[in-house]
Design a protein around this ligand. Structure first.
Ligand code: NAP
Length: 256
């Protein structure tokens, strides 16, 4: 028995065992939730299925957030396994590698659209299509980064996409609050993952946290996972539309 016993969680964004979504999936499962994992296409299914099995996930399902047909079929494919669910974890982001270095000024229109579509609109699209399957008082959690608030070298268009994601969280929180559904973000400090490896100079971000953040250490998948448990559970009942910083406190510093 855990504090999430009886709850069901759909988790979007496990690419491998370094993914933040994997840390979250394990933490939710440890607290008694039933979980299901998405994969973006058939090639990635091969990577996600062994992890789903290791975790004891109820099922896996296909969802590429650039594919309109996948949005249309999403509720039905979840509904084959579960009538309703309680927790939606959005841990999806993408931008062209060329847009994660150099000058933000040089971002192309198509690169801007792609980053914002995959990394921000997807939260709206998934919430929209899955709302009918969400129990009252469900919890939606999305992953963001401080580059939405301040200029972080090379984060560029992804900073803009994260700002859109955080604003979307607030608007969704307003709309979905009528049914008691809560929508929050976790703003994680840098963690070495596949997506992070696309950001030029990522190692410097890790070094900066160890040197300057109040806690003088980088955060882990487990740190994000336990905070996701809090946001998914009734412990955070009165909290919605917020961004919870799990960043060793780096974001409280000025002038570093
Ligand atoms: P990750 O393991 O590479 O996860 C990114 C996920 O996005 C992957 O599962 C990827 O799937 C998925 N994705 C990309 N395009 C997609 C599409 N079209 N449809 C469906 N899924 C798609 O990296 P991560 O660092 O854990 O990232 C997870 C989230 O945490 C992201 O929102 C990221 O911005 C955020 N975050 C990361 C850090 C960090 O330092 N790592 C810090 C703060 C916030 P495939 O690889 O299978 O395509």
């Amino acid at each position: 028995m855990g504090i999430l016993s009886g709850k069901k969680a759909l988790i979007f964004g496990v690419a491998n065992d370094r993914s933040i979504a994997w840390g979250v999936a394990k933490a939710l499962k440890e607290q008694g939730a039933q979980v299901a994992l998405s994969y973006a296409n058939d090639a990635l299914k091969k990577r996600v299925e062994p992890l789903a099995e290791e975790l004891g996930a109820d099922f896996t399902f296909e969802m590429d957030v650039t594919n309109d047909e996948h949005y249309e079929n999403l509720a039905a494919s979840v509904n084959k396994h579960w009538d309703k669910f309680d927790i939606l974890v959005h841990s999806i982001a993408f931008a062209d590698r060329q847009d994660l270095k150099g000058r933000f000024l040089d971002t192309s229109r198509s690169g801007y659209q792609l980053a914002c579509d995959i990394s921000a609109f997807s939260l709206v699209g998934l919430s929209q299509k899955l709302e009918p399957l969400m129990n009252n008082e469900s919890s939606i959690i999305a992953m963001t980064y401080y580059g939405s608030q301040k200029v972080i070298k090379n984060y560029n268009v992804m900073g803009v996409a994260k700002a859109a994601l955080e604003a979307s969280t607030r608007y969704l929180a307003y709309d979905m609050g009528e049914k008691g559904v809560r929508v929050n973000c976790i703003s994680a400090g840098p963690i070495k993952t596949l997506a992070a490896s696309g950001i030029s100079g990522f190692r410097e971000l890790l070094a900066q946290v160890e040197e300057k953040a109040p806690l003088r250490r980088n955060v882990t998948q487990e740190d994000v996972g336990s905070n996701a448990v809090y946001l998914a559970s009734d412990l955070s009942k009165g909290v919605t539309g917020q961004t919870l910083y799990v960043d060793s406190g780096l974001s409280i510093l000025g002038g570093f």
